[in-house]
Design a protein around this ligand. Structure first.
Ligand code: DGL
Length: 275
């Protein structure tokens, strides 16, 4: 496998950019092909069968870009589709859940962990299962926060409406005296300061995006696929990071530029149903 090949990263839309951002920070030589399924977002309220079908289509598209590994940068797709698509693939495919669950199990001091995510992720029970597979004695309380995704998409990251909704969602978790909170949806790291303020300094916030970038680095090292250096073209940032979506390319470009370290110049719209 060609070490200089890009890593494929996909999400239902913009949320996976929080994972792409961590990959850019932690393994800065890697090229990335990002796909955001902006025509079919949200995934959080769709069935397992649908999410598997979408994930297969996206992986077929990413393979046309000659990616060397794939990161499912979406908690819902990781919960519903990772096992199926990883078993079908001859290149490594990882999701965001295992790394986040492992970290939560390792850092809790009082054994009480909270998990927030979409309805799909919470209904799948996957975080609870993975955490309790590692340490069965841990108490895991899950809470679906379906309004967080639209609030982030609307850019209401620091807003009294977001504060009010967040304090309602988090009250159940606070009453369980959790000391660790897993941000089990790719959009939630963008609400970190609100969540930090409402939960207090004693609660450790686990960002699976950060942990996943570390897991990807180890995986590439193990397979001897880590890219060692940048090329001249990369330095001018012409082809290092490429972005594709299924709809609303300009809107994506604006959002991506606001949260990534470098400006995103173009996003290409593709017809994902063709794949
Ligand atoms: N990216 C999704 C996740 O992490 C959130 C947005 C959606 O519902 O599609 O679960």
């Amino acid at each position: 496998m060609d070490r200089t090949a890009p890593v494929g990263v996909f999400d239902s839309g913009v949320g996976g950019l929080t994972v792409a951002r961590e990959i850019m920070r932690q393994i800065p030589n890697e090229r990335i092909v990002y796909f955001g399924d902006t025509a079919r977002v949200p995934y959080g309220s769709k069935s397992k069968e649908t999410i598997i079908r979408y994930s297969r289509q996206i992986i077929r598209f990413l393979r046309t870009q000659d990616v060397k590994a794939i990161v499912i940068a979406c908690n819902t797709a990781s919960a519903y589709a990772l096992e199926t698509v990883a078993a079908e693939s001859d290149i490594p495919v990882i999701g965001v859940i295992n790394a986040g669950a492992r970290t939560a199990a390792a850092v809790t001091r009082n054994g009480k962990i909270g998990v927030i995510g979409t309805l799909g992720t919470v209904d799948s029970g996957i975080y609870k299962k993975v955490i309790q597979d590692i340490r069965p004695e841990l108490e895991v309380t899950q809470k679906a926060c379906p309004l967080f995704v639209p609030l982030v998409e609307e850019g209401l990251l620091h807003d009294s409406v977001t504060d009010e909704i967040a304090s309602r969602y988090l009250s159940d978790l606070k009453s369980k005296y959790i000391d660790t909170l897993v941000l089990g949806c790719t959009h939630y790291p963008l609400l970190r300061s609100t969540l930090r303020r409402l939960m207090g300094e004693d609660v450790t916030l686990v960002n699976p995006a950060y942990e996943t970038a570390i897991e990807l680095k180890h995986l590439l090292e193990e397979h001897d696929m880590l890219r060692m250096e940048e090329s001249g073209a990369d330095k001018e940032n012409r082809e290092k990071y490429q972005f594709f979506v299924s709809d609303l390319a300009e809107r994506f470009t604006t959002f991506a530029s606001s949260i990534l370290p470098n400006e995103v110049r173009t996003t290409k719209k593709i017809n994902i149903e063709k794949y």
